[in-house]
Ligand binder design. Structure first.
Ligand code: SAH
Ligand code: SF4
Ligand code: F3S
Length: 442
């Protein structure tokens, strides 16, 4: 076997990047690489990047700047840029930062080992194709040792929606769904290695329609029902969903599948129909609210989460107030809000922009409302019984922390619990970022 080399991966952006980084590490395992937590002793450094907002994309260049001394010290060190910045900027990255040896887009990760050996031979290597071959096949999870109790599993990648603000359809390409049989196989393998909760990932995960083992077209609901039957798997989640793909069978799955957790991230972006139209979202505030009514009718305790953009081009104070009204109406358990960031090449970049100070002011008001709501939802948990999947020891001695069904972080004290245990807990206090609980008899 080749001499062992060390690979350091830094991951930015969304959960799909976390999943992809794991796959890349495994693929490089075949070329004799083991992962390291310290860039200083690495033979190869990979930055798995995000292009969603300007700040995310700029982080790459400042990080590359910080790596310069390492490269000077060790000219054998290879530096690669992967992820959505790699896809969006391609060669430009090597022009701006000549210390980069390798640029690889998300659809070419299965070619990384070959790229690495070319880079070792002194070439600059770039691959940002959208090849027709199945990268997931080549990146199949290799049997490995035990792992933590939760895992991500990509089932769908890419986006055909083209929201006017968003780079994802360009960086991840068109929607592709993996065959259901492969996903079930990967899930069973994860469970055999100690995983109890799987989060199915996709940019538009609920648009999933993959080939089923029987040759028919499977929806996400059908896939979830099949996963529900895997012994040892205790919890299923999925993210991120688009309101337009929230079909009746998926809503019904929330009522019927015991393992499907009562938490749904359903971004709406704005509460103003005028802005939603300009965003090319093809739903209205009203249709979104009615959808949530139907979801809550199926699963009354479901905790809703969402994403919002403030200061989208031409957003007025009145449009913004409609967003506040929508948030008031939904009562989110979690919500994530962002200032609109102009992304080159997207249609919204060409529209009249909202001044920065107005964006900041709106973001502050929205975040104040959201955090009030989050706190209320958390306080309402006090006294309730939840089930917690324990993931790791807490900060204090004897403490264990995990997640409730609703994705709230819960910690209990004085508990002798193994990682991966699911146990009933009574919530006794709501702290700013977590809930305190006490174990109940099973
Ligand atoms: N596929 C997911 C979104 C991925 S991006 C979906 O459809 O919801 C995650 C979030 O980033 C989006 O929901 C949006 O709120 C935010 N976002 C995307 N592009 C943005 C931009 N140009 N400026 C600010 N926020 C943006
Ligand atoms: Fe981006 Fe819209 Fe696609 Fe989500 S649905 S990834 S926000 S284009
Ligand atoms: Fe970022 Fe690409 Fe994910 S732009 S949010 S890493 S899909």
């Amino acid at each position: 076997m080749a001499q062992q080399k060390k690979l350091y991966i830094k991951t930015y952006g969304c959960q799909m990047n976390v999943y992809d980084s794991e796959r890349m590490a495994e693929a490089m395992g075949g070329s004799g690489y083991v992962q390291t937590d310290t860039p200083e002793d690495a033979d190869m450094i990979l930055l798995n990047t995000c292009h969603i907002r300007e700040k995310a994309a700029e982080k790459v260049y400042s990080e590359l700047g910080r790596l310069r001394p390492l490269k000077e010290e060790n000219p054998e060190l290879k530096i690669g840029v992967a992820g959505c910045v790699a896809q969006a900027e391609g060669e430009e990255i090597m022009r701006r930062q000549p210390l980069v040896d390798l640029v690889v887009g998300p659809q070419s990760y299965h070619r990384l080992p070959g790229m690495e050996s070319r880079a070792r031979n002194g070439s600059k290597v770039l691959d940002t194709d959208f090849p027709a071959d199945d990268k997931f096949d080549a990146l199949k999870q290799r049997p490995r040792a035990q792992r933590g109790p939760t895992a991500f599993l990509t089932v769908q990648e890419g986006c055909d929606k083209f929201c006017a603000f968003c780079v994802v359809p360009y960086t991840r390409g068109a929607e592709v769904s993996r065959p259901a049989g492969r996903i079930l196989e990967e899930a069973r393998d994860l469970v055999s290695r100690g995983v109890r909760e799987i989060t199915l990932l996709g940019q538009n995960v609920n648009a999933y329609h993959g080939e089923g083992p029987d040759g028919s077209d499977w929806s996400l609901a059908r896939l979830i029902r099949a996963l529900d039957g895997i012994d040892g798997l205790a919890r299923i989640r999925f993210t991120t969903s688009h309101p337009n793909d929230m079909t009746d069978d998926l809503i019904a799955a929330h009522a019927e599948c015991e393992k499907l957790m009562p938490y749904l991230h359903l971004p709406v972006q704005s509460g103003s129909d005028r802005i939603l139209k300009r965003m090319n979202r093809s739903h209205t505030a009203e249709s979104y609210l009615r959808l949530i009514d139907r979801i809550r009718a199926a699963r009354p305790d479901i905790l809703m989460s969402g994403d919002f953009i403030v200061g989208f081009p031409e957003e007025t104070e009145e449009d913004f107030r409609a967003t506040l009204d929508l948030v008031e109406a939904v009562e989110y358990g979690y919500a994530f809000s962002f200032k609109y960031s102009t992304r080159p090449g997207t249609p919204a970049a060409e529209r009249p922009q909202v001044p920065e100070d107005i964006k900041s002011e709106r973001l502050q008001r929205l975040q104040a409302l959201i955090s009030r709501q989050q706190n209320e939802v958390q306080r309402a948990m006090v006294g309730k019984r939840v089930n917690v999947l324990f993931e790791k020891p807490g900060r204090e001695a004897g403490q264990m922390v995990g997640k409730s069904e609703y994705l709230h972080a819960v910690h209990v004290g004085g508990a002798q619990l193994e990682r991966g245990t699911i146990a009933p807990v009574r919530i006794v206090d709501a702290l700013p970022n977590s809930l305190a609980g006490e174990l109940l008899p099973a």
